[in-house]
Design a protein around this ligand. Sequence first.
Ligand code: NAD
Length: 498
Amino acid sequence: MRELTHFIGGRHVKGTSGRFAEGFLPMTGETISRVPLASAAEVRAAVENAREAQPAWAAVNPQRRARVMMKFVELLNRDMDALANLLAREHGKTVPDARGDIQRGLEVAEFCIGVPHLLKGEYTTDAGPGIDLYSLRQPLGVVAGITPFNFPAMIPMWKFCPAIACGNAFILKPSERDPGVPLRLAELMIEAGLPAGVLNVVNGDKEAVDALLDDPDIRAVGFVGSTPIAEYIYARGCAHGKRVQCFGGAKNHMVIMPDADLDQATDALIGAGYGSAGERCMAISVAVPVGEATANALIEKLIPRVESLRVGPSTDPSADYGPVVTQAHLEKIRSYVDIGVSEGAKLLVDGRGFSLQGYENGFYMGGCLFDRVTPDMRIYKEEIFGPVLSVARAENFETALRLCNDHEYGNGVAIYTRDGDTARDFSARVNVGMVGVNVPIPVPLAYYTFGGWKRSSFGDLNQHGPDAVRFYTKTKTVTSRWPSGVKEGASFVIPTMH
Ligand code: NAD
């Protein structure tokens, strides 16, 4: 069994707390690694290291910082296969899906190559008599990212690429469930030319997170994970005067209008509901067909597709999805299905008993499909994060829209229709941060921003795109004048341009 490390000051550092988490191979159920869980003292050492490295990095001109990102992109492409294999083994998703995880992070690194342009300030000459006014963006200092298990490449890159390109030093606290790829990404950044100490990876759990939240040298914290932890981190980080953005859980609806192409809608629901075993914050977990006829026709198409999903090991290129991340998570998903049955939802396809020959100890779950799910049920209200799709029937468009708007989460949503007017009305009135029109997983590209609404997000700026540059920098505005000769004397009145 391999003992993993932290990555501090440009090298691997053994954990000294004596506490470890188990790292699994979800496709077989084996324990493959011991993940060190940092103590508060180990976190502090990493922060001090980053604090020392940051001023010199901030002084590197933005074009040179951009060249590190350029090289990093090249190295990610070089090592894509090896990274995807490692990611799939630790997480459980299939190798092609793991490549997507890396690619969507790589695209944010590509965006950061434009950082010299993104950091340009504003300038007004002669804003007053002989007065010039300009603004500039400066890095915050040392910042931290705390990331979830489900995108172990993409989300760390969404955080550290913009932060570092803007001149900050970064402490990444990845999920303790799959830290192998984050550690490898830190090595690649060093190979790309990043000075030691600018990107550090500290493995850990609540103790490490609390140490980061309380550390006076950490200026900003970016978090992605479940809503209760997002809310906790937001409150504790803000109480310590930090800039904090936290992205939480989801329950994404897809509305299917009577005029939708039902074959397209079925394909979309199968991919977005069951891909990555449903362990995506942008997975569709609730289908909302409008009208009984639409619902009946949709269900008829969905049942055989859910029954014939190919669940396989992460290494099987023909698998639709692989195992879930841990045995504990598998049991949680199964118990949600039990709850749905006891709440009176109609279980049309039951994947609870699924077992894969030759991989009997792996964390596999067959696809489940519920019909007649209603808003009072826990399986409707709570995030299951597994291969379980609920159908919640709506009488008409307004009822469907109200379902999306009344749900406490507001990460993503989609509508399937052939009618532009309906789609436009839906996009305008839906109370959700990311909307797909005939697109089931509307994750915005790197040069837009990503963020949900309501209890899917805490804080006021989104991830990646221009918002990331705002989040990881502070604005300074300089008013300057070089008077010669004339002495105006002291003024006791607020200066105006009257
Ligand atoms: P999680 O909340 O269990 O863990 C996320 C991070 O928080 C990990 O690094 C973990 O070590 C840390 N953590 C866990 N418990 C903690 C505690 N008590 N105190 C301090 N830190 C703690 O989430 P997860 O299971 O790793 O990821 C799945 C969740 O993430 C889902 O809810 C999913 O919807 C959400 N997610 C959201 C987005 C988004 O952008 N909105 C994207 C991906 C995942």
